[in-house]
Design a protein around this ligand. Structure first.
Ligand code: H79
Length: 441
C-alpha cells in the first residue's frame, strides 16, 4: 500500500469513528467519556412508604401531611457508604450520583438553610458527607443530583396550597428571588464541603427558564471548574439526559442551544454517524424496576440480560448509562438489585474493553447486535449468535485481526471489500452479549 493511502485511511478512521477533538472541553469531559457506566441513587424518607420520590404529593397520590412526617421516622441504621461504593465498583460502575435534594425539598445533607434535612431525622448523620468520604477513599467520582423544583420552600411556591396545585413553582411572586438565593447557598455548600464534585445533575422538569441557569452554571464553574453539569436547568450543559430510554440515533449538538428538559429529541437519523465535533455527550438514566425510589411492591425488574444489552446499546451510540438504585429505609440495597449489578459487573470483567473508553461504533445498523470503537479497534457486540460465521456486510475498515474477548481467543476471518466473514464457535461464549474485537489496519 502506498504511503499516502495509509495516511488517508488513518485520517478517515479517526474522523469517521469519533475520537473527540483535543480541546479543553474534551479534557474536562474525558473521565466521563471513559466512564460509560454509573450508579444513580434515589434516596430519601419517601423510601419508608414504598412510594415514588416526591411525585405522590405533586399528583395527590399520597397525603402531603403524612409525607411531610416521614423524616420523623427515617433512620437507615444499616447504611454503609463504603459498602455502597464497593457495590458500584463490583458492578463495574465508574461514578455515582446521589439525590442531595429531590422535588420534595428534603435535603440529604446538613444544610444550614433548612430544617427539612437528614440531620434532623433520628439518623442524625449527614448522608451526603458519609458517601462523599467513602467515595473519596475508594477513588470513586461522586456527583450530586439537585432538584430546582422544591415543594417545601415557600419562595418556590405558595406552600399553603397543595403541591398538586402549584408544583411548577410561582416565579412571579416577590418571594421567588429568595428561592434562587436558597439554591445558590445550598449549591455552594455542596461544592465547598464535600470534596471534588464530579457533576451536578439538575432535574428542572418543565419551564426551566425561571431558574436563571446561567447564574448557577457560573457559580458551579467558579467554585469547581471541573464539575460537569447536565442539561436540565435551561442550558444545554455538558451532557444530555434521556430518561428511561436510549435514543434511536446518535445525539448531536443543536444549533439553537437548549433542549426541552432532557427529552433529547435531537439525534442523527438512525444509522448515520455524526462527525466527532457534532457529537453531543449524553447519558441515559434508568431504573432497574419501574420506580426511582425504593418500593417493595414494584417487582417489575428488568433482567440482567436486558440491562447489559441496554448498556451496550447506549455505549454503541456514544452514551453513558446511569443505572438507578433506591436504597431501602434501612439503608441497604435490596437483593434483586444486587444480583443484577453483580451480573453486569461479571460481564464487564470479561468485556469491559468493549465499553470503557469507547465511543459510538461505525456499524449502526447491525441486525444481530451493536458496535463500539476505541482507537483502531471496533468491538462487535453480538446479541444473536450466528450459526456458522458472523457476517458483516458494510465494513469500511480493513480488518487486521479478530478475537473473542472471552478467553482472548483469536478468530479466523476473510474480508472481501466491505464484506467481512468471521469464523466463530458454535456456542456463544456469553448467553447475554458476546464480543468480537476487530483490530483494524
Ligand atoms: O428523579 C427522577 C424522576 O422523579 C424525575 N427524573 C428522574 C431522574 C422525573 N422528572 N420528570 N419525570 C420524572 C417524568 C415524570 C413522569 C411522571 Fe407523572 C411522574 C409520570 C407520573 C408521575 C407527571 C405527573 C407526569 C405525569 C403525572
Amino acid at each position: 500500500m502506498k504511503l499516502f493511502e495509509t495516511v488517508l485511511m488513518v485520517a478517515c478512521a479517526a474522523t469517521l469513528y469519533g475520537a473527540p477533538a483535543d480541546s479543553a472541553e474534551a479534557k474536562r469531559t474525558q473521565w466521563y467519556r471513559d466512564a460509560k457506566f454509573g450508579m444513580f441513587i434515589h434516596w430519601g424518607p419517601y423510601s419508608l412508604a414504598s412510594i415514588e420520590a416526591s411525585w405522590p404529593i405533586m399528583t395527590e397520590g399520597f397525603n402531603e401531611t403524612e409525607y411531610r412526617a416521614l423524616p420523623q421516622r427515617f433512620n437507615p441504621e444499616n447504611f454503609d457508604a463504603t459498602a455502597l461504593v464497593r457495590l458500584a465498583k463490583a458492578a463495574g460502575q465508574k461514578y455515582m450520583v446521589i439525590t442531595t435534594k429531590h422535588h420534595d425539598g428534603f435535603v440529604m445533607f446538613d444544610s444550614l438553610f433548612t430544617e427539612y434535612k437528614i440531620t434532623k431525622t433520628p439518623y442524625q448523620k449527614d448522608i451526603v458527607a458519609e458517601l462523599a468520604e467513602a467515595a473519596k477513599a475508594e477513588g470513586m467520582p461522586l456527583g450530586f443530583y439537585y432538584s430546582p423544583p422544591d415543594m417545601h420552600h415557600p419562595g418556590y411556591r405558595d406552600t399553603s396550597k397543595p403541591a398538586s396545585a402549584n408544583w411548577h413553582g410561582e416565579p412571579w411572586r416577590p418571594e421567588w428571588p429568595l428561592y434562587l438565593d436558597y439554591m445558590e447557598l445550598q449549591l455552594t455548600e455542596l461544592l465547598t464541603r464535600y470534596n471534588d464534585v464530579a457533576l451536578i445533575w439538575f432535574d428542572g422538569l418543565g419551564q426551566q427558564g425561571k431558574y436563571n441557569g446561567r447564574r448557577f452554571h457560573d457559580l458551579i464553574h467558579r467554585l469547581q471548574p471541573a464539575t460537569l453539569i447536565n442539561d436540565r436547568i435551561g442550558l444545554p450543559g455538558d451532557f444530555g439526559t434521556p430518561e428511561q430510554f436510549a435514543p434511536k440515533g446518535i445525539p448531536t449538538k443543536k444549533p439553537r442551544g437548549t433542549n426541552d428538559g432532557g427529552t433529547m429529541t435531537d439525534w442523527t437519523k438512525k444509522g448515520n454517524l455524526p462527525k466527532p465535533e457534532e457529537f453531543r455527550l449524553w447519558e441515559t438514566c434508568m431504573t432497574i424496576n419501574e420506580t426511582w425510589a425504593y418500593n417493595k411492591n414494584d417487582r417489575k425488574f428488568k433482567s440482567s440480560r436486558d440491562l447489559i444489552r441496554t448498556l451496550v446499546d447506549v455505549a454503541s451510540k456514544g452514551g453513558n448509562f446511569l443505572l438507578n438504585v433506591g436504597p431501602t429505609p434501612e439503608g441497604t440495597i435490596q437483593p434483586e438489585f444486587q444480583e443484577r449489578l453483580m451480573a453486569i459487573g461479571k460481564w464487564l470483567k470479561v468485556n469491559g474493553d468493549a465499553i470503557y473508553g469507547t465511543t459510538y461504533g461505525p456499524l449502526q445498523e447491525l441486525t444481530f447486535g451493536r458496535s463500539t470503537q476505541k482507537g483502531n479497534t471496533v468491538y462487535i457486540h453480538v446479541f444473536d449468535w450466528p450459526k456458522g460465521s458472523l457476517e458483516i456486510n458494510d465494513f469500511s475498515g480493513q480488518a487486521a485481526a479478530a478475537s473473542l474477548l472471552a478467553g482472548h481467543r483469536p478468530l479466523k476471518f476473510t474480508q472481501n471489500g466491505r464484506n467481512l466473514k468471521i469464523e466463530v464457535p458454535t456456542q456463544a461464549p456469553d448467553p447475554d452479549v458476546s464480543v468480537v474485537a476487530l483490530k483494524m489496519k
